[in-house]
Structures are given as C-alpha cells and as structure tokens.
Write a protein that binds this ligand. Sequence first.
Ligand code: F6R
Length: 622
Amino acid sequence: MCGIFGYAGPEARAEVLIEGIKRLEYRGYDSWGLCLAAEDRLFLVRRVGRIGAVDGSPVNPPSAMQNPPSAMQNPPPAMQSGIAHTRWATHGAPTEANAHPHADCAGRIAVIHNGIIENHAALRASLQSKGHHFTSETDTEVIPHLIEELLKTEPDFPAAFLAAMKLLVGAYGIAALWAESPDTVYVARHGSPIVLGVAKNSTLVASDPAALVTHTRDVIYLDDGEAAILHPDGFETRTLEGAPVSKQVQQVAFSLQDIERGGFPHFMLKEIAEQPESIRNALRGRIVRSEGTAKLGGVEEDLLRKARRCHIVASGTSWNAGLVGKYLLENLARIPTQVSFGAEFRYGDPVLEPDTLVIAVSQSGETADTLAAVREAKLIGAETIGICNVFGSSIARECGKGIYIHAGPEIGVASTKAFTSQLVVLSLLAVHMGRMRGMSLRAGLLFLDALERLPAQAEQIVREKEKVAQIARKYASCRDFLFVGRLYEYPTALEGALKLKEISYIHAEGVQAAEMKHGPIALIEPGVPTVVLAAQAEIRDKMLGNTHEILARSGKVIAVAREGDEEMAKLAHDTIFIPKTLDPLVPILSVIPLQLLAYFVAVERGCDVDKPRNLAKSVTVE
Ligand code: F6R
C-alpha cells in the first residue's frame, strides 16, 4: 500500500529520497511527496502521479512549505534529513493536498504515514476547536497538528511525538521531521511495517527493506508499540511509553540485483521465469529421503503431530494457494481443513476446535486482513503458523512459527512465483503431516520424487513461452474469459482468472468444471474463450466431457493438457502441454502457462503489467 522512506545523513537530497520511494513503487500508489530539513527549515514537494515524472524533469525542485512562505528563497547548500512517501488513497482523493508529507499549522513538523487512523474525525474536531487549520481530507493530517498541540505542554519534541502516538487509534507506521532538529527523523510503529537501516554515515527508515538495500543490508525491524529516533550516526529505540528497548541488527538476505528487472521488460515476466529457481529454493534442504518426509525447521514437530484440523487463512492469490493446501492436507494427511478469507475469519464467528492449527499464507506477510485473522485465532487460543515470503514481516512475526517460501522479492503487483512457492511449501507440509499419520514410506518417496522434478519441468514450460504468447495474441481482444477446472485445478482456474483480470482488465471467471452446467455455461459463445485445465490424470476424461459441452455451444477452447494428450489437442482450438506429474502437484505447473497467458494478453492490450490500475502489492489496510 503506501510506502515510507526516510534518511538522516549527509546525502539527504531529493534524488536519494526519490530513489528510496521508487523501490516501493510496486506496492501501488497514486501520489507521492517528500520533505527535506536543514537549518531550522523544512522543504516540501507533493505530487500526483508517477514518481519523479513531474514537469518533464526527473526531480522537481523542492518548493517551499506555505509556512514560512519565504522558505525557498534561500535554500541552504546541504540538507540534513528527509522523508518521502508514496500514497495509495484511502481517506480523500489522490490530490496534491492529500499527498504526504502533511504539516502542522506553523510548517515546522512534517509527517508521513502508512495505515489508517481510526479516531481521526474526533481528533480533528478537537484540534480544530483549539484553532488548528487543516488543509487536506486525510486522516494523517491530524498527526502533525496533534504533535504541535502537545508540544505546548510536553517537555520536548520526542515526548510530544510519543504522547501523540499514544492518542492514535488504528494502524500506523510513521516518520516525522521537526524543523528545530533538522538532522533527526522520528519514527513509530503500530500495525504497519517499519524497518530501520544502519549505514556508515547515515540511518534510514522504510516500510520495506527493498528501499534500503542500496544503502545497507543491516536492518532492525521495529515491533508494534515501538518508536525510534534516527540521527546520521545512529539511532535510539524506545517503547511508546518512552522506555529504552534494545533491538537486534539483522541482515537483509536479498541483493539489489534481486529486485531489479535483470533485462526483462517487466518484473512479472522476470518473476514467472524465475520459478524453476524459486521452486528449487522452496525445496532446498527440506527433503529427507531416508524417511520419505520433509524437514520444516520453523515449526515444532509436536505442533504438527497433535493438530487434528487445519484452518488456512489468506487473501487473494494466497487464498487460492490455500485452497490447494486444503486438498493437499486432506488428501495426503487426512486432516480436515478449512480455508477462510482473512477478512471473513476476522469478522465471522470462526469455530476453532481444540487442536486446530491455523495456517496463515501471505506473500508479503503484511496483508491487514490476514494479519487480523492471525491475531483473532491467537485470541481464541489456536496455534498459528505462517507461510510467508518476506522475512521478518508482521504475519511471520505474529505467528512466531512458520515456513518461509524463499521466493525472493516479488515486485510485480500480480503474484506469480510466490504462488508456486506457497504450493511447494504446502506440499511439503502435507507430506510431512501425512507421514506422521500413516502415509507409507513408498507414497512419501513417490511424492518427494515428483516434487524434486518440478524445477526442471517448470523450466521446460517457461522455455516454451512463445507458444503461449501466440495464443495470447489471438484472444487478446476478447471481453470475457472462463477458466474451468476440478479438484486441484479448481483453485488453478480461480488463479488463472484472477491473473487475467488484474493485469489485462478482461472480465474472467474461474469455474468448478462440474458447476458449468448449473449456470456459467450460459455464457458460452464464440467470443468467450474457455481455458480448460485438463492435466490431472484422474479426472482427465471428465475434462474431455466439459470440452465437448463447450464446443457444442460454439465456444473456443484453450486446453492445458498433459504432454502426449493428442485427443485433447485434436479437440481444443489451442493446446498448451505441461509435463506429467502427480495430480496434487499439477497446479504448480499448470498455473505457469496461465500466468504467461495473462501477461502476454496484458502486453498486447498495452496495459501497465507491473502496476495494474487500482491495485497495490501489499494491502495493509482493511
Ligand atoms: C494477486 C495478488 C493479491 C495478493 C493478496 C494477498 O496477484 O497479488 O491477490 O495475493 O493481496 O497478498 P499476500 O499474499 O501478500 O498476503
């Protein structure tokens, strides 16, 4: 969602701040802004649209804050600190006035914020009654005014800053500047991610370590209820009550090269192509051949052994992965498993029986609904484990136990490699829990063998991407698509439809194949292609039946079939073959052509693949 970057040190320049927030672009945004501090003054820029693409110049010269109006007349030669923000509108339209940073009445305090202040209306009314003048519709603007008000009674700025934080209800990651301490950045976290970076002559803050890696790999993750004061030569961390806390410096595992496009036209294509490697990484060191099982270091054996039910919570693509997880856990481990959307779990009335294991699946580890579901599950008394990609993310830490998918940074807004890595980890979990519950050594070994073949098989699919590109060009002008599948391929159908709609804006539906005749078949006509997922051996004949039904109604069929299925290829208008694997692992392979199809259709339609409209990479608000 919104992105935060802050810097205290000798390189406090607009370019440095802009480079920082550009690394957060993938989170989605509609406006941006920055503020620099030097010699007792603040300098502010706020813009709508693309970062740095303002007035044809990459960096817009900082214009002065309205108070004091003369600030830009003699800008100091060097700035001492700065904060920058990418906004994804929640309260108030994406306008310059609503973009962050926001300032107090005197223009002495500037604040950027991620999250939502739930009591902003009450705070605003109270501050207005004390004479504060607001210039935006945002919830964030109450923060600088609140600090300004509290400065009248608190002994110093840090005390006023902390006192203000304690009055905020909701979720926030905040960074602030105060004109009178121009080399200092003030930071606080409650419910939105904040990570500090420690470099040689500077200290940094961001909402995602991806923004820090050009400066440092040494990072500190703030926990909820913590604050920090950053100086060029170091930082202090405190609780919101003001008590000092000591934090551990950790190393960010990925490099700058990892988050750059590496010659691909889009992050999405790069990430699709990375899947042979990311699948390999998800498997690495986790297969125990001698016992026909998996080793999952982050979760105690006992926890998995005693679970009698599983409840998976997730959102979006991760929910689709969770649905495959349900089939895997029920099929391989015979554990009754339910899958809930994070938001439904949170506001529904989930029945968690004793010994239910709640499994949160989230690429970012920051999805607000999934995080809230984890908190709710813990409150009810359930054990929780996380299946996350981002190390040290909120869900990973909230769960305390879990399995990282090790997919590497996923920058494209549409999730691709994280999905297949989530499926690999869920497969490992299922085989491990299965072996604890009577699955035979032979069956375990067969499954592990099939898992180990996946990277090479994924490689084969990616190599043949031009074939998918040709099919994509053929159908790119269609207005509707259907994706049909059964069992393990039903979630794949949902995921294929989700990928297509989010990046190409074509209406697409994922349908359980047997449900076609209960309604969706009415949509079939020559201009509505159906992607038929027919690669599972067990139900392949049923998918052949579906294909006949569609063809009989003059529908076009694009089949994803097991290699060698010539009968299917003869029937379908277009066929994409995938290598043979066990049915439970089919989605890991069959989703790759669907990702490619969505990608090439979107490119053909001229869509902004990596930053689709209205979407954010990490949905940290409800
Ligand atoms: C779709 C997509 C979203 C996310 C969803 C959950 O391509 O990326 O649907 O899957 O917002 O995000 P995470 O997995 O970060 O919890």
